[in-house]
Design a protein around this ligand. Structure first.
Ligand code: SF4
Length: 562
């Protein structure tokens, strides 16, 4: 490697999966460069893969940079591999480098990418001093750096930079590395011990992050792996609630009573939790070296969900060694029975560099050669069976995660015999999965419920009730509309008059656009067991309880906040 003493301009380019995401590694590098080097200028360009590559190329070409640094991940790998050859041709004298797991664990492939000069193998911030002195090499090579001590890494946020990230997600790590060895994960490759920030660093850093109004995502691989650290953070959050929300990835079976006491003491919505269940089948978990106790985990996840204070996101991985359609179906049913806020079934990725990638062929697992290297076939899943689970994952998004049918869906599930059975019924005949509207899927659910139990008015009531939360219109879709519409809308007129007189702040036009809900079923189901007028005022939905048989007298006056 050769160096030059000339001043150079380094362009750090963060290509994120979405506009809202940010790149912690490049932020560390930018911070380290601002402190360690005074012989070069550093500029960061924030980008995302949803923006055209030629626009980024234009920005890079006019930046005046002599050295360009990227970070390669599974989500931007294809994008980068298209961009780099063009950048290399446009700026043949510039030095082009990339770090990031996708390049570091797939070196032979990346060294062949035209335009690329160096793969940076190590922690981004450790390259700060030498980046400005790199010269164009004759051929691409790897620069490897032994990681420096994590607690000596400079915290990259300031009051100013937090303002600059307004409306986006920022990332923080209190620890680096993972103590577990799941065979499908790149974190299992690094055998060095998990490193932690000191208690003083953590307290001072999260004190600043608490002022950020958006989401602060802790990228600690297992946030609660060392209780002394997670409890320190939760204790601090309890007495100094963040202005936004702190996001943690938990290992649920490690949680103890003390953790629940601390979590319970946090301000509602100041934390959210993501938990990778991956499979409810112990045999499957064992085969990928995943240390978990499903029974304990389920009990602990249920404890957090029951607090009803925090958003809980659960994940599953379909296609793991030993997993099969029946086991995946059981996982779906059991995970959804916990009623998380979001459930995301994903598909196994055979990521180059992982232990599983080394044995995938011998296990009979076929995966895509292109990122994200998703599984195509296993001894237990044909390609078509996996494709069917993809459609089920889409249905989970449309019907469950959307929250559109939160009152009707659980009752429909009881009548149809479980979540997986309902999704299977919805796939026959093939529905239009590109449709996202309430009405289309509401009708599908209604028809399935009708076929299972004809004339079940409780389902109609619950679908109507759900519609009221969603609808901007004052009428119901035809398949759930009332038969005696004239009588119902006469009652609405009376209710509007009464509520208008009790709440003069509500405009006539808002009352006109309101929708009335009157349950018909003999089998009332809470909370759709009484009548309401739903009124949208300045974008906010209010629900006024009314008498079911409202005529001329009425009714409770105060709205129920939604
Ligand atoms: S999946 Fe999570 S727990 Fe398992 S090795 Fe990777 S980071 Fe660690």
């Amino acid at each position: 490697m050769t160096y030059t003493d000339e001043m150079s301009k380094i362009i750090l380019t963060s290509i994120n999966a979405r506009y809202s995401h940010t790149n912690l590694a490049l932020l560390y590098l930018e911070t380290a460069m601002s402190l360690k080097t005074d012989d070069c200028i550093c500029q960061t360009i924030e980008w995302d893969i949803n923006r055209p590559a030629h626009e980024l190329l234009e920005k890079l070409a006019e930046s005046g940079g002599s050295c360009f640094v990227f970070s390669a991940y599974i989500w931007n790998s294809v994008y980068l591999k298209t961009l780099l050859p063009d950048l290399g041709r446009l700026l043949p004298d510039a030095v082009i480098c990339t770090g990031g797991p996708e390049a570091v664990h797939n070196k032979p492939d990346w060294l062949k990418v035209s335009g690329l000069d160096f793969i940076l193998d190590g922690n981004a911030e450790d390259f700060a001093a030498e980046l400005c002195r790199l010269q164009k090499p004759a051929e691409a090579s790897v620069i490897r750096k032994q990681p420096s001590c994590f607690s000596s890494t400079v915290f990259p946020y300031t009051e100013d930079s937090l303002r600059q990230f307004k409306g986006r997600i920022i990332y923080y790590e209190a620890s680096r590395g993972c103590m577990f060895n799941c065979s499908y994960c790149l974190s299992s490759v690094d055998n060095s011990p998990v490193e932690y920030r000191t208690a003083e660093q953590i307290i001072s850093e999260i004190s600043l992050l608490s002022r950020f109004r958006g989401t602060v995502k802790f990228v600690d691989r297992t946030f609660n792996a060392r209780p002394a650290v997670s409890r320190l953070i939760w204790r601090h959050m309890a007495s100094n609630p963040p202005a936004g929300c702190f996001h943690f990835e938990l290992h649920p079976s490690l949680l103890q009573d003390e953790d629940f006491r601390l979590i319970e003491s946090l301000k509602a919505s100041s934390a959210q939790f993501e938990i990778g269940i991956q499979s409810t089948n112990e045999n499957v978990l064992r085969k990928v070296n995943r240390t978990d106790k499903p029974v304990e985990s389920f009990k602990n996840i249920a404890r957090i969900i029951e607090m009803k204070k925090f958003h809980v996101h659960l994940d599953q991985i379909i296609g793991l060694p030993g997993d099969c359609p029946a086991a995946a179906a059981e996982s779906i049913d059991r995970i959804l029975s916990l009623r998380p806020d979001v459930f995301q079934p994903g598909f196994l990725k055979i990521i180059p560099g992982t232990p599983l990638a080394a044995e995938a062929l011998s296990l009979g697992i076929i995966s895509s050669t292109a990122p994200p290297y998703e599984v195509l076939q296993t001894p237990s899943y044909s390609f078509l069976q996996l494709s069917r689970f993809k459609r089920i994952a889409r249905l989970i998004n449309l019907l469950y995660n959307s929250g559109f049918y939160q009152h009707s869906l659980p009752v429909i599930i009881n009548k149809t015999g479980g979540w997986y059975r309902l999704f299977s019924k919805l796939l026959e005949p093939e529905p239009s999965l590109s449709r996202t509207g309430w009405e289309y899927w509401g009708q599908m659910l209604f028809e399935i419920a009708e076929a299972t139990q004809p004339g079940a008015s409780v389902i109609k009531d619950l679908l109507r009730f759900d519609w009221c939360f969603y609808a901007k219109a004052q009428r119901y879709p035809a398949y759930i509309d009332y038969e005696n519409t004239d009588e119902i809308y006469r009652k609405k007129t009376v209710a509007c008059r009464k509520i208008g007189s009790l709440h003069p702040e509500i405009r006539k036009s808002e009352l006109k656009r309101s929708i009335i809900f009157i349950p018909e079923s003999e089998e009332p189901v809470n909370p759709a067991d009484r009548a309401y007028l739903f009124v949208r005022t300045a974008g906010k939905l209010q629900k006024f309880p009314i008498e079911k048989n409202i005529r001329h007298s009425y009714c409770d006056s105060s709205p129920q906040q939604l």
